[in-house]
Design a protein. Structure first.
Lengths: 434, 434
């Protein structure tokens, strides 16, 4: 993409309302614009990142055997009355009345809708287990939306729902999602720690939050150092027994501040790490909480009806855009991990109008592939170009000017390390080849 | 995907409420489930088709130079008051009040939001032209939603918006979208006819509807036969002059029933075709209708402010799923064009449990690629498998049973023509290779 054409209205000044670094950088880098409190428009650069994150989430859900579908944003209040949540949910639920005076709402989550789909579709235990998910916009009418997309009102969430005949198979579905989440966040260049979470009145140990580490994170976490160094599972057989793998991860101490056991933690000695983090996922087995009141049953092996056991599994897709920036930035701007970068390379033309520079840039642009490169072909001074490119944080920069070309070189800069090398255009191409 | 795992709750009976064939088939083939009047849940099969259509729309928008972004579903009423449409829009607008008693709405379209983004981002004529688009869910609170996804309340639309300095360059943006639409619908296997549409008080000739032909279509169209046979433009230079190409298409007679000129049409003689069709796209240049009241100006070449000229360009993405079925089905079910099919091949195992059949199916499944194949490995009778496979309409079927394998063959069936061949598994593989 040529920057002269790209819609990238970066800001020199940081809007005063932005309190955290990801919000500041997303506004300055023209990733989002606020439309209303907690509601954002995603400009092309932000949208590209959002799509890459969504695609990683999707691939790992599919790999784990979950099936993608799509539930609507506007839901019928009737189902929420059946589950008993309509009155409980309070003011965070955006309630709507349609032209025929029917009570509707903008879904903050979809347990009721998916349970309704299930009960009208699946009759036999033979069709279990099923894990179904969607990636859809949600709305929660937060009283004080803030921190940009980290705590917006309209936000993109992946929510999966599992349906099983009994608790034993439900645990397998839970483990599939647990492992999928480890892989999902790792692929985005994040260190994610699973923390046991409150299960409330349902009890049991099947609830975990996934926290990504970032110095600027919202909350404090305590964990065993080994958790930070564990290798991410590769080549997982999701049909096989995942319990040993899950036990490996959950056997090491890890706790959020409010569940921190100081005495137990002290036994870790030097292996105790205290860090800050951001919640990006939550998995939860809740048994028959929705299936019982809503009558989601299947015929069991003995011909008797069985109320299905359910779990839900959320990933904050739009929140992850902010979380990744919180985890990966410096004073100059964002530093995108390669897997989620909106473009792989930023190509900077230091002298627009100079024939040799234009030709070298055009050749690099075509060879690297216009979809992978943001080519700054604007007639701007070099300082402004460097600043914008650092701000938007593409993994690599190729800087091309008459002086270098005279010596037969371009400059290759790694955004994360800041390392610069003068190499031939051919070598740069070879290094950056897809 | 193995059908024994896939969430595909097909229906034997057609729900009584479905009045048109696409609605009946989408319900029976388990593509969608109605959640509430005019609001649907997309089950995995329907979702897969929706995504393929969306991707074709996206690719052709990008090719034409439009840039993707994403505007929110919930919009501020304030902007609609600025444009003057808040009170005019009537009951089709789903109005919402948030917890702080602010007037919001579920966007039925996004002219106001994009104009607001533009006026706060772009200052100079040098940054024009721009064509921005998003593919987002919309809500129109139809008084009587019907015909399934063809006339739902919550629906997926691609809407693009162009911004230009003057009418001449605005016409170029318009032409880019015109040509992109020709390509978009053709890639989905549809015959699409551009019809001049009413421009209302704004006047001019820059408004076209795109109608796809289907015997069961909602409206009657009249056009020159040559329009049906025109080759779809390939290798288009979207920066070049597109006017001759657009003139070629608009120079031939074409009119919806309400604009039909019987006298003029009569001069066509045998070249006049009357057919039925479905509107799937609408492009419209509306000049300063929104930019003037909302103050969207840029500094022109002479330093004076210029109110930008705008157009909008819609494609009914979810509607297209229904439209394609209306255009391509038979008594047995859907017939997907290859480009939008949810899977390329349906693999039918005629004797589950038979070792040779299982082995042959497993080998075909792996070789063809599990993402491209829906493998009916259920323990069901052959008749039910044939009926389901015809219903869901994958382009190809490979039917494998002990009898054929004894002769060294499988059966390859083309869903569209019904043609069947007995060939070796290797030949089938070669024929179906991606």
């Amino acid at each position: 993409m040529r920057l002269s054409r790209y819609f990238l209205p970066t800001l020199k000044e940081t809007p005063a309302e932005a309190q955290i670094v990801s919000h500041r950088l997303m506004l300055r880098a023209a990733m989002v614009r606020q439309h209303a409190a907690g509601i954002y428009t995603w400009l092309p650069l932000g949208f590209a990142v959002l799509k890459r994150i969504e695609q990683i989430v999707r691939e790992e859900q599919n790999r784990a055997g979950a099936q993608e579908m799509l539930m609507p944003t506007i839901q019928s209040a009737e189902l929420w009355r059946e589950s008993g949540r309509y009155d409980d949910y309070g003011k965070e639920m955006l309630r709507v009345t349609d032209r025929h005076a029917r009570d509707m709402l903008y879904g903050p989550t979809a347990e009721e809708v998916i349970t309704d789909v299930f009960r009208t579709s699946i009759r036999s235990y033979k069709d279990l287990p099923k894990v179904l998910y969607h990636i859809q916009w949600k709305f929660r009418d937060e009283v004080r939306p803030r921190f940009g997309v980290m705590r917006g009102r309209e936000f993109l969430m992946k929510d999966a729902y599992s349906f099983d005949l009994d608790t034993a198979t439900a645990r397998h579905s839970y483990n599939q999602m647990f492992v999928a989440y480890l892989r999902t966040f790792a692929r985005m260049g994040l260190k994610a720690i699973p923390l046991r979470a409150e299960t409330g009145p349902i009890g049991g140990d099947l609830s975990h939050e996934f926290i990504v580490l970032a110095d600027t994170g919202e909350s404090e976490v305590h964990c065993h150092r080994a958790l930070l160094e564990k290798a991410i599972p590769e080549g997982v057989d999701y049909d096989g027994d995942l319990q040993p793998l899950v036990d490996e991860w959950t056997g090491l101490y890890a706790a959020a501040d409010e569940m921190h056991d100081v005495t137990k933690a002290a036994t870790l000695g030097d292996d105790l790490v205290t860090a800050r983090g951001i919640e990006v996922g939550h998995i939860f087995h809740f048994g028959t909480k929705y299936s019982a009141p809503m009558g989601a049953t299947v015929t069991g092996p003995d011909g008797e009806p069985v109320t299905v056991a359910m779990g839900s599994y959320g990933v904050g897709v739009s929140r992850l855009v902010g979380a990744i920036i919180e985890a990966s930035h410096d004073d100059h701007g964002i530093i995108w991990p390669e897997s989620v970068a909106p473009f792989h390379v930023g190509l900077i033309n230091l002298k627009v109008g100079d024939a040799a520079t234009e030709a070298a840039c055009a050749a690099l642009y075509e060879s690297l592939g216009p979809d992978r490169v943001l080519y700054d072909d604007r007639d701007e001074r070099a300082g402004a170009k460097f600043a914008d490119m650092d701000l938007i944080g593409l993994p690599w920069q190729v800087i091309v000017g008459p002086k270098g070309l005279g010596k037969g070189v371009v400059e290759l800069k790694n955004r994360a390390t800041g390392a610069r090398e003068e190499i031939s255009a051919e070598s740069a191409l070879a290094r950056l080849a897809g």
